[in-house]
Design a protein around this ligand. Structure first.
Ligand SMILES: *Cc1c(COP(=O)(O)O)cnc(C)c1O
Length: 426
């Protein structure tokens, strides 16, 4: 029998993501989850106020998802996805497409959000190549985050995340996030880039997540999308974090008129249970790959493409997501957040409080510059850990992004922990 704690054993063998292993506090060993709570090895509970890196939407160890998964594991756990298919993959595509913008017709499976972006970029670049009009430029937002693989890093804003690799990333044309004031300037900048040579524009619609929960203007963004669509620039909507109800609507693109050509999904797709990525495309994009010429094939795939267990978790999550109770919960959280938002405006140690759907975000005022490397982050993380509330700041940006099943009492506890923080800072 092991006698030392999980966290002590971890320190001997594990290398954690985004973690400075020399200075980080020992990780908390989590052994069980239920609803919005996670339990450590001493049975202390923690409120998962950021949905375990934004993936969990229905709560932890949800019985419906767990039961469906167990049944599928006894039926078919995995099978090669070239030349073969299986019920969960087909059924999931059939159920997913009607939820997406009406022009989306094909589902390509991969493993996570980053791979969904890689696939989208390859689809867009090869689309133009297959049509005999190769295009050389890609457009993206400054401060964007699209993942950690090299292609996804390339279309992400240059930052501390990419710094060491910057000279190995492919060239991307970065534009500012649009506002009513800068939109004409942005469009002029794109015109100067020769839009006929731009293959695609990749964006996180209305909310830049890892970039600091930056919420931006739908009207100006709509103008930008319309301009790009008119110039035949393929629109890649990265809904990896905004998808599945986070922003209030099922998908953030529902706030906009111009439909995307390609949509990327992951995070909430399986309810946060399994790793799965999806890239969907229009019929026009799909058809550009149809040919007797094998060179026009989309040469991309992963060993676990369309893993039946992951697809089953996604189907079970969709059962819960499409139940009206889920939308009602999201509305309830939004209203609770809206009331707390008003209170946040009264605190002088807080700036720029903002709300979109179930996401409430704000900055803590500090002497240092805002941003991911703000020294306050570690301190804040420790503060909330001690309160048994899982809030992991992005620099000095704090945000609440809970599973939709979080109770009003649990939300109140999260708000209280923030009130306590404000009191210590004031
Ligand atoms: C998290 C995220 C990704 C990357 O997804 P992973 O599954 O972590 O690779 C891509 N885009 C956005 C908008 C994300 O928030």
């Amino acid at each position: 029998m092991q006698t030392s704690s999980l966290s002590a054993r971890d320190l001997d063998v594990i290398w954690h993501p985004y973690t400075q292993m020399q200075t980080a506090p020992a990780p908390i060993g989590i052994v069980r989850g239920e609803g919005a709570l996670l339990f450590d090895e001493n049975n202390n509970s923690y409120i998962d106020a950021t949905s375990s890196w934004w993936v969990n939407i229905h709560g932890h160890a949800h019985p419906h998802i767990a039961q469906q998964l167990a049944a599928q594991a006894l039926q078919l756990e995995h099978c090669i996805f070239a030349g073969y298919t299986h019920p969960p993959a087909v059924h999931l595509a059939e159920r997913l497409l009607p939820l997406l913008p009406a022009n989306q017709r094909r589902v390509f499976y991969s493993d996570n959000g980053s791979t969904a972006i890689e696939v989208a970029l390859k689809m867009a670049i090869q689309y133009w190549d297959n049509k005999g009009t190769p295009k050389h430029k890609i457009l993206a937002f400054h401060n964007a985050y699209h993942g950690d693989t090299f292609g996804a890093m390339s279309v992400s804003g240059r930052s501390v995340f990419t710094r060491v690799f910057d000279d190995r990333l492919f060239d991307v044309q970065f534009i500012e996030v649009p506002t009513a004031e800068n939109i004409s300037q942005i469009i002029n900048n794109i015109i100067a880039l020769q839009p006929e040579d731009i293959a695609a524009f990749v964006f996180e619609p209305l909310l830049q997540g890892s970039g600091g929960m930056v919420m931006y203007d739908a009207a100006a963004f709509e103008q930008l999308l319309q301009f790009c669509a008119a110039k035949n620039i393929l629109l890649i909507a990265d809904e990896v974090m905004t998808g599945f109800g986070r922003t209030g609507k099922n998908f953030a693109m529902e706030y906009l008129q111009t439909p995307p050509d390609i949509v990327c999904l992951s995070k909430g797709l399986t309810g946060g249970t399994m790793a799965l990525g999806v890239t969907t495309s229009t019929a026009a994009i799909y058809e550009a790959f149809l040919s007797t010429d094998k060179l026009k094939t989309l040469f991309h795939g992963h060993s676990f493409t369309a893993n039946p267990l992951a697809c089953t978790a996604a189907l079970a999550s969709l059962d819960l997501f499409t139940d009206p109770a889920c939308a009602a919960n999201r509305e309830r959280i939004h209203e609770k957040h809206a009331a707390f938002l008003k209170e946040l405006f009264t605190y002088t140690v807080i700036k720029n409080p903002r709300l979109l759907g179930t996401i409430l975000a704000f900055e803590i005022v500090t002497a240092n510059a805002d941003g991911y490397t703000n020294a306050l982050a570690d301190e804040l993380h420790r503060f909330f850990r001690a309160k048994r509330v899982m809030l992991r700041p992005l620099g000095n940006t704090l945000y609440i992004l809970p599973p939709y099943c979080i109770t009003n009492e649990q939300l109140e506890e999260v708000y209280n922990s923030i009130r306590e923080l404000v009191a210590t800072l004031s």
